[in-house]
Write a protein that binds this ligand. Structure first.
Ligand code: AMP
Length: 417
């Protein structure tokens, strides 16, 4: 596989899939430009080599229709400012051949939102999955998706994918387009390289003891992650709202705490599998609970198996944190996804803040730590510790799928896996 750092883009047109899906306010102004800044190193390297750029991205969910509120034209100036050079805008991503052909070295063309075309996502439009004609419609859309990808590919000499956030999707711009470039003319961008390396560091090359901390609200959304991790980790800390399903499944009284009854058998399976595989699965032993879901609710710390009626567990108690601190500080590899309490409420953020501190401390002592998934990223940011962990992953869904053990289509399309 070609490494972007070893490739010389001089005189070449590069089609770069970026993630410019930035949040906008009602006036179309960008409220957080992290994603644009994230792509800059890759883009500047290509320009500095003497290449030209054709940038493509999605924004929001226009569902295959033109939607002015989701036009990438709104961010052209911000991209120009980030790159320090003019950026031309192509108002139709499938009709940009002429504009692309005119590009000179050092010039930049930004294509309109790819998802204005249903071909980008490749899902048949206006037909339900249970319709007998769905199969045919899907085949037809797949063919149209290939044509669309071929059109995009025709603009450039080389393809770069730097959009980790959509790497788990087999879309025209994230995967299919790569089929129209030979192995020497497609590569991962620098941001994507870093994400893939960080995930490989924990999933393939972990130093032991390896500890995963999985929190958040629901077991259902992370069951596949938990199951895959059982084959890799030495310690599995399960905290946050999802922990109560495990406590209830073992006969605990959890009051009004968040839980999923239908997942109790799965929770018991996970506990049994952990035992069989010799994984130290550490659940919370004490919780800080409240009588209502609000920041100002009265609080008390109780044994997690005996939460009084009418109370709900909202944060990890000191006894749980003491156990978890010991495990985390003894770890050589740490993967953290999901808060261990309702950290959005100041009064219930303590446990999550402590976990962030332990992960930072372990990192200082040489552990490799990867933090990922929207809320845990927000948590390390909130406690000012983002630069004290080894890597903070920006791709929530893509990272979860990677730690479920799935191959990411966006990566596979380039690596040829
Ligand atoms: P997830 O998106 O699954 O990672 O879940 C993140 C959400 O879980 C955050 O919004 C937290 O407020 C929530 N959460 C964590 N612990 C609890 C809890 N004990 N009760 C209710 N919600 C929780």
């Amino acid at each position: 596989m070609v490494n972007i750092n070893d490739f010389n883009f001089a005189g070449l047109k590069a089609l770069v899939r970026v993630d410019f899906n930035v949040p906008l306010n009602e006036n179309g102004q960008i409220t957080d430009d992290t994603r644009i800044r994230g792509a800059v190193p890759t883009l500047k390297k290509i320009l500095a080599d003497g290449g030209s750029l054709i940038l493509m991205s999605h924004m929001g969910k226009p569902k295959g229709k033109v939607n002015a509120k989701l036009s990438l034209g709104q961010i052209t100036d911000a991209v120009a400012a980030a790159l320090g050079c003019p950026v031309e805008f192509a108002p139709d991503c499938a009709q940009a051949g002429e504009a692309a052909a005119k590009l000179q070295p050092g010039q930049v063309l930004l294509l309109e939102n790819l998802r204005f075309y249903p071909e980008e996502e490749g899902k048949p439009v206006g037909i339900e999955k249970d319709d007998p004609a769905y199969g045919e419609a899907k085949k037809e859309m797949k063919r149209r998706q290939e044509d669309f990808a071929k059109t995009l590919a025709s603009y450039a000499d080389v393809y770069v994918n730097d959009a980790f956030g959509t790497a788990h999707r087999r879309h025209a711009s994230t995967a299919v387009v790569a089929d129209y470039f030979d192995a020497d003319h497609k590569m991962l961008g620098m941001l994507m390289e870093k994400e893939v390396a960080a995930i490989d560091n924990v999933m393939r090359n972990a130093q032991h003891p390896f500890t995963a901390i999985i929190g958040g609200s629901k077991v259902s959304s992370k069951l596949a992650v938990i199951k895959n991790l059982l084959d890799k980790v030495d310690n599995l800390i399960i905290g946050g709202g999802m922990g109560f399903t495990f406590i209830k499944a073992q006969g605990g009284s959890i009051g009004n705490s968040l839980h999923e009854d239908e997942l109790m058998p799965e929770a018991l399976n996970v506990l049994a599998a952990a035992k069989e595989k010799g994984v130290n699965l550490s659940l919370s032993v004490q919780t800080v609970c409240a009588q209502e879901f609000s920041n100002d609710a009265e609080r008390q710390a109780v044994d997690i198996y005996h939460i009084p009626d009418g109370w709900e567990g909202m944060d990890a108690g000191e006894e749980s944190l003491k156990n978890w601190k010991k495990i985390i500080l003894e770890s050589k590899t740490i993967l953290w996804n999901g808060p261990v309490g309702v950290f959005e409420f100041e009064n219930f953020a303590h446990g999550t803040g402590e976990i962030a501190k332990y992960v930072a401390e372990a990192t200082k002592h040489g552990a490799y730590s990867l933090v990922g998934g929207g809320d845990s990223v927000a948590a390390v940011g909130k406690f000012g510790l983002a630069d004290q962990v080894s890597y903070v992953s920006t791709g929530g869904g893509a990272m979860l799928e990677a730690i479920e053990g799935k191959t990411l289509p966006g990566v596979a399309a380039i690596k040829g896996e």
